[in-house]
Design a protein around this ligand. Structure first.
Ligand code: ADP
Ligand code: G3P
Length: 556
């Protein structure tokens, strides 16, 4: 999608000399606040923005994902009315490296935000607030005055810092890292990516210490660009993915900053998800719009799915799959290599979650399409799976880039078991779709075990229903198999834009347009409930076959 407002123009505007003077003044304030956990007072009143000629009845959600940026306009009852999407370049400089050009990230966000307003026939004055949700962990460093990136962003999928992680593990640091952050010592998270960037650029660490270079995840970079460099901040969910943030204390960890050799001075302020993140530069949209909601995309989906009570779970099926279980104010440690993370932080109060990540979910369908050329469209897998021979037990382990939780086996590669001369596209498609169900069961079993070990199962708060979203939930067959193999109902909501909806609600809530958490949760509606239909013996037999297949793939 190409628009008449070029990316170049937007970046030119950011280099305005007047802005530099303003940046200088603001840098001073940022320096004073940096390193502390500063929140704006809850319930600040934004009603003075209301003008006679504008309705201010819409909320703009910016969803900056791994492969595309999207902007979606919502009404206060959280109905999406218009959207714009733009894919951007994926840069693979070496095997295992994945980068994004920060200019592409900003350019696509700027153009889709403008496009969606135009498409809906609205102006900035019609928008009460902006919410931002983003690919998490992806790491950016930029010049505190000009916004010029130090280098390309290192994307969450990038494995270049595997050796740094291995070395720190060998030195026995993983336990302390996990204790403070709830994460595992893995290149997935931001800390070793920041260290790598600072190591690669002579003088960068000193510049960062002097406040001349800033670090941020994508939300932070977008806030900085949208506010013209006025605000260098992030929210607690994104901070929790950096591996530099102490999720127990709710602030940057000095010991971890020292361990990863990251100057604390370059880190953003950490605010509530429903915090005040400043206002957009007036020249960007014609007038200022406040940014009043921020959350990492998987946490935003948890919020959008209204999983706001302990025991509630959501699972998002895009390229990969991310399942989050709300554990309330309890920080549940995992004995199954799940992640403990921040689900959200409202008005200074933190809610935690257990998270399981699968690297390949919808991507297995893409492989059938682009790799095997077995199908032309993802949706064709449904009819194929329905035709598959019930007598054949074909099991696919789609470990194309290793196995995620709970195995965390980076070396494992994919495998297909049970092939016969009679095996054809139908059985392969069924095996591909089933692999998503089996992997989800792995995650849920592990999280339930952690939940029980923490003594929470006895509290009777566990919700046995799984709420699902993401592109792959379009496959009714897959969702039915998921319910069957879990032996639990699966709910697909009426509004599938749950990630954007989550931050639209955050921003709308803070702006006074949307109801508070309880009423918002009560409005959540299921479109389809998939009830488990498989008998227990078949379920057990199939899941046991999956277990054998994973073990064999790992042993290969
Ligand atoms: N009808 C379908 N059946 C199976 N898989 C599907 C279907 N529709 C989409 N997908 C899969 O869902 C994924 C796209 O979902 P999306 O939420 O847009 O992902 P992402 O945000 O990671 O790009 C693709 O990997 C695609 O293969
Ligand atoms: O951009 P997505 O939807 O692939 O999500 C990426 C995750 O946030 C990575 O942790």
């Amino acid at each position: 999608m190409v628009h008449w407002w070029s990316r170049f123009d937007w970046d030119q505007m950011a280099a305005d000399p007047q802005d530099k003077a303003r940046d200088k003044e603001q840098d001073k304030t940022q320096d004073e606040d940096r390193g502390r956990c500063v929140d704006f007072p809850a319930g600040a009143d934004f009603s003075d923005r209301r003008e006679k000629d504008h309705q201010m009845t819409h909320i703009l959600a910016i969803d900056q994902g791994t492969t595309s940026s999207r902007a979606i306009l919502f009404t206060p009852d959280l109905t999406p009315i218009a959207s714009a999407q733009e894919e951007f370049r994926q840069i693979y400089p070496h095997s295992g490296w994945v980068e994004h050009d920060p200019r592409d990230i900003w350019g696509s966000v700027a153009s889709t935000s403008r496009a969606v307003l135009e498409r809906a026939g609205l102006r900035a004055g019609d928008v009460a607030a902006i919410g931002i949700t983003n690919q998490r962990e992806t790491t950016l460093i930029w010049d505190a005055r000009t916004g010029e990136p130090l280098a390309n962003a290192i994307v969450w999928q990038d494995r270049r810092t595997a050796q740094i992680c291995a070395m720190l593990k060998d030195q026995g640091h993983e336990e302390e890292v996990t204790r403070q952050t709830g994460l595992l010592l893995d290149p997935y998270f931001s800390a070793t990516k920041v260290k790598w960037l600072l190591d690669q650029h002579p003088g960068a660490r000193e510049a960062a210490k002097a406040g001349q270079l800033l670090f941020g995840t994508v939300d932070s970079y977008l806030i900085w660009k949208l506010t013209g460099g006025a605000v260098h901040a992030t929210d607690a969910t994104n901070a929790a993915r950096t591996m530099l943030y102490d999720i127990r204390e709710g602030c940057w960890s000095e010991t971890l900053c020292a361990l990863f050799d990251v100057p604390i001075e370059m880190l953003p302020e950490v605010r509530d998800c429903n915090g005040d993140f400043g206002v957009t530069r007036p020249d960007l949209f014609g007038q200022e719009i406040p940014i009043l909601g921020v959350a990492g995309d998987q946490q935003a989906a948890t919020i959008g799915q209204a999983c706001l009570s302990p025991g509630m779970m959501k699972s998002t099926y895009g390229t990969g799959c991310f399942a989050l279980l709300n554990t309330g104010t309890d920080m549940v440690p995992s004995r199954n290599r799940m992640l403990t993370t921040v689900a959200y932080q409202f008005d200074g109060e933190v809610t935690y979650a257990l998270e399981g990540s699968i690297f390949v979910a919808g991507a297995v369908v893409q492989w059938l399409r682009d790799g095997l050329r077995m199908i032309r469209e993802a949706g064709e897998t449904q009819a194929l799976a329905e035709q598959a021979d019930a007598g054949q037990q074909v099991v696919m382990v789609p470990a194309f880039t290793g196995l995620g939780a709970p195995y965390w086996n980076a070396e494992c590669r994919g495998a297909v078991f049970g092939l016969t001369r009679a095996t054809g596209p139908a059985e392969m498609a069924r095996a591909a779709l089933e692999s998503v169900g089996y992997q989800t069961r792995d995650l849920l079993d592990a999280m339930r075990d952690d939940w029980a070990a923490a003594g929470l199962a006895d509290a009777g708060r566990e919700d046995t229903v799984l709420r699902v979203d993401g592109g792959m939930t379009a496959s009714g067959w897959t969702m039915q198999f998921l319910a069957d193999i879990l032996g639990a109902p699966v709910d697909r909501p009426a509004v599938l834009e749950t990630t954007a909806k989550g931050v639209a609600w955050l921003a709308g809530w803070r702006a006074g347009l949307c109801p508070g958490p309880q009423d918002f949760a009560a409005q959540w509606a299921s479109e389809t409930r998939f009830e488990p239909g498989m008998d227990a013996a078949t379920r057990d037999e199939k899941y046991a076959a999956w277990g054998r297949a994973v073990a064999a793939a790992q042993a290969f």
